[in-house]
Design a protein around this ligand. Structure first.
Ligand code: PRP
Ligand code: GUN
Length: 182
């Protein structure tokens, strides 16, 4: 057993399943964005592994950029307040924007970002997320492209953290209860 595996209660999505999801969505995005040169934005930090794997499956011209956004503090609950820690340096007016997220839970992060980019007069704003947790929703927002619908549990791995740890797991899983008690 690998060192970090011992903290995991169950694996929800394996490396292989995530790879297949990247291929499936990458093929759709290739068609949808052909000739549009979209600005594909990773919402850091959680989206890093998914962004890296997904964009390599999109076989058309695109540009990449990065934002650092945070709403979760130190544990498993959202503060409800979305903070932009690093914004874009480029003008998005008239651009086709594709946000890449690891998860949509309460929906607050993406509701905030979509509204902001509409205000900034992007031509289109769409969302691709590895995981969608519909039962967590507190504000209305829907992803345009979804890898998996995830049950209402706190998940870690493949970019998703618990207290900044476990982002480097290759798969998505649920932590053992004793990890939270430490
Ligand atoms: O739908 P919501 O309830 O807003 O949750 C989704 C957001 O929560 C996580 O980010 P977090 O704020 O934990 O920052 P991180 O990406 O640095 O882990 C995740 O990466 C999403 O951005
Ligand atoms: N790690 C992690 N971050 C989240 N942010 C919003 N929902 C989740 C979740 O289930 N796990």
């Amino acid at each position: 057993m690998k060192n970090l595996d011992q903290y995991i209660e169950k694996v929800l999505y394996s490396e292989e399943e995530i790879k297949q999801a990247a291929k499936r969505l990458g093929a759709i995005l290739t068609k949808d964005y052909e000739g549009k040169n979209p600005l594909v934005i990773a919402v850091l930090k959680g989206a890093v592994p998914w962004f890296a794997d997904l964009t390599r499956e999109i076989d058309t011209h695109l540009e990449m950029d990065f934002m650092v956004v945070s709403s979760y503090h130190g544990g498993t609950s959202s503060s409800g307040e979305v903070k932009i820690l690093k914004d874009l340096d480029t003008n998005v007016e008239g651009r086709d924007i594709l946000f890449v997220e690891d998860i949509i839970d309460t929906g607050r992060t993406l509701r905030y970002l979509v509204d902001l980019f509409k205000y900034r007069q992007a031509n289109s704003v769409k969302i691709v997320t590895l995981l969608d947790k519909p039962e967590g929703r507190e504000v209305e927002i829907e992803a345009d492209y979804v890898g998996f619908n995830v049950p209402n549990e706190f998940v870690v791995g493949y970019g998703l953290d618990y207290d900044e740890n476990f982002r480097n797991l290759g798969y998505v899983g649920v932590l053992k209860e004793e990890v939270y008690k430490k």
